[in-house]
Design a binder for this molecule. Structure first.
Ligand SMILES: Nc1ncnc2c1ncn2[C@@H]1O[C@H](COP(=O)(O)OP(=O)(O)OP(=O)(O)O)[C@@H](O)[C@H]1O
Length: 226
């Protein structure tokens, strides 16, 4: 089951003190599929990184009853490892490791009893995403293949929250549409809270709710349910 998100008075500033993101109030119900759209430089990735507890910020970012901004660094890391699956734009893969090892990396942060299950799911996700040689090191993979390894890694942990930054960006149309279908089906069946930044209208169209970020602020189209 996914987690509820409650944001109050969130402010992210640049190291030089410029306001990058300001969100007075945002509530997202567990199990919602939320798209984040908006122009380049608006603050979409900043919002996603803040939701993962990866940025210093002021205010409250509460997942169920855990306020990320009150946790110490190591507590945030532990929370992220057990609750949040992330698909980053720059993939953050370990070059020397195989696709299979990269896709099951989260097993290292989970109790021993869960590790075999994560490795098994990672192998299944890689196969489902069409990765044919999971034992090859990812250094030799193309951009689209690397994207799929990052996606398999995020999905293998079965986290209650999935945060995705442009998950279809390096895929061709057919692969992107398949991924969107898979992501939506997975989120629906497991009740995962899915929040995805995307310029891809096909993805945005499949979400329950779309938040448009403009100049560091959220503008939600009228008529959408909270
Ligand atoms: N560490 C930082 N120091 C200074 N400015 C930053 C920092 N991180 C982000 N910014 C600025 O904050 C703004 C929002 O950046 P962000 O990456 O969140 O935009 P975005 O909407 O995701 O854009 P894109 O669609 O191009 O990825 C930009 O003007 C960016 O230059």
């Amino acid at each position: 089951m996914g987690l509820d998100l409650t944001i109050r008075d969130l402010k992210v500033t640049s190291p030089r003190g410029r306001d990058i993101l300001s969100v007075p109030q945002l509530d997202i119900a567990a199990g919602s599929l939320v798209g984040i759209a908006g122009p380049s430089g608006a603050g979409k990735s900043t919002l996603l990184y803040a939701l993962a507890g990866m940025l210093e910020a002021k205010g409250c970012i509460v997942w169920n009853d855990t306020d990320l901004l009150t946790l110490r660094e190591e507590q945030r890391t532990a929370f992220r490892a057990s609750h949040i699956g992330m698909i980053f734009q720059d993939f953050l893969l370990f070059e020397e490791l195989s696709a299979a090892a990269n896709a099951s990396l989260t097993s290292l942060y989970r109790p021993r009893a869960q590790r075999a299950g994560i490795r098994q799911r990672a192998a299944e996700r890689l196969a489902a995403l069409g990765l044919k040689e999971p034992d090859r090191s990812v250094a030799s993979y193309s951009g689209g293949e690397r994207q799929r390894v990052a996606i398999a890694r995020a999905l293998s942990a079965n986290a209650p929250v999935l945060l995705a930054d442009e998950p279809t960006a390096s895929l061709d149309r057919a692969a992107a549409d398949k991924l969107i279908t898979d992501l939506v089906a997975l989120a629906r069946t497991s009740g995962t809270t899915l929040i995805a930044v995307s310029h891809d209208q096909h993805l945005i169209d499949r979400m329950d709710r779309v938040l448009t970020v403009s100049d560091g602020k959220i503008v939600e189209p009228r008529g959408q349910a909270a």
